[in-house]
Design a protein around this ligand. Structure first.
Ligand code: ADP
Length: 265
């Protein structure tokens, strides 16, 4: 749905997210994040059905998890350290494979997708990490542009995308700085710009505020909320209960790899 604030955000930044490739229907067995009764349900962007993940050392990270995320959702995944939050995101962006169950993202079954198809699918998913993962000897704009350059995009196209992404995170004036010239909060905002410069319809953030103070944490969440208003589906892992309460979005909780029914804020 395009709202006034969607348009205002887009006008202010020039940032326009992409659309999900292939919508999928949601099986009734899968728990969905909450949609108000009067609003017709949107297509699913990610579905996990009966998913289990056991690492090679025998650790059971996820056990029979079923979860659906619709286009336009903003979902928090919470739970104590070691409960499986990162693993769940890794399965969605294809960094790990499930041992059992289905993981369907943008309409594609991740247990079946390999090679170029997996690379194409990953371009539709932005990922933000707790530790930023910026390249130290590259400037802000080089860090943000790198992924587009690696995809073979033209200089003109990269240039066209760079400024809206930096504006979205409020760092256009820091384009020529190096990461060690920025605060932790600014570095995390650069990593968000890098994650969204390819205009993915789905953004995953794994403990994005884990290294930040409450003010910077809230700034990061506000940027994610703005992106969500523009239509980006956002999934955030965190164990920060205050942040979850303040942000006021749907929440699911993991405990020892098991998903509890959603707690709606
Ligand atoms: P969280 O993000 O909630 O802290 P993780 O998904 O990182 O949880 O981890 C879930 C469980 O899987 C933990 O017990 C962790 O030690 C284990 N784990 C995570 N990654 C690996 C790995 N690559 N190899 C073996 N065990 C792992």
């Amino acid at each position: 749905m395009v709202t006034t604030s969607t348009l205002d955000n887009a006008r202010a930044t020039g940032y326009t997210p992409g659309n999900s490739a292939i919508p999928d229907t949601v099986p009734s067995s899968v728990t969905m994040a909450e949609t108000p009764a009067a609003v017709p349900p949107k297509p699913a962007i990610a579905i996990l059905r009966g998913v289990s993940k056991v690492y090679s050392n025998g650790t059971i990270a996820l056990a029979n998890v079923s979860l659906g995320i619709r286009q336009g959702d903003f979902l928090f995944i919470t739970g104590p350290s070691g409960s499986g939050k990162s693993t769940l995101l890794k399965l969605i962006y294809g960094a790990e494979q499930a041992n059992e169950g289905d993981v369907i993202v943008h309409g594609q079954d991740l247990t079946q997708v390999r090679g170029d198809s997996l690379s194409r699918l990953r371009r539709q998913i932005g990922v933000v990490f707790q530790d930023y993962k910026l390249i130290p000897r590259r400037t802000v704009q080089e860090n943000v542009a790198f992924v587009l350059w690696a995809q073979g995009m033209s200089r003109k196209e990269i240039h066209r995308r760079l400024l809206p992404a930096l504006k979205m995170v409020g760092l256009q004036h820091k384009a020529d700085c190096f990461p060690d010239e920025l605060s932790g909060g600014e570095q995390q905002r650069v990593s968000i710009a890098r994650a969204i410069v390819g205009t993915p319809p789905l953004l995953l953030a794994d403990e994005p505020t884990g290294n930040l103070d409450p003010d910077n944490s809230w700034q990061v969440i506000q940027i994610l909320k703005r992106l969500n208003k523009l239509g980006v589906t956002v999934i955030v892992t965190t164990h920060d209960e205050n942040l979850i309460r303040k942000a006021n979005h749907s929440v699911v909780q993991l405990n020892n790899g098991k998903l509890r029914r959603p707690l709606h804020s």
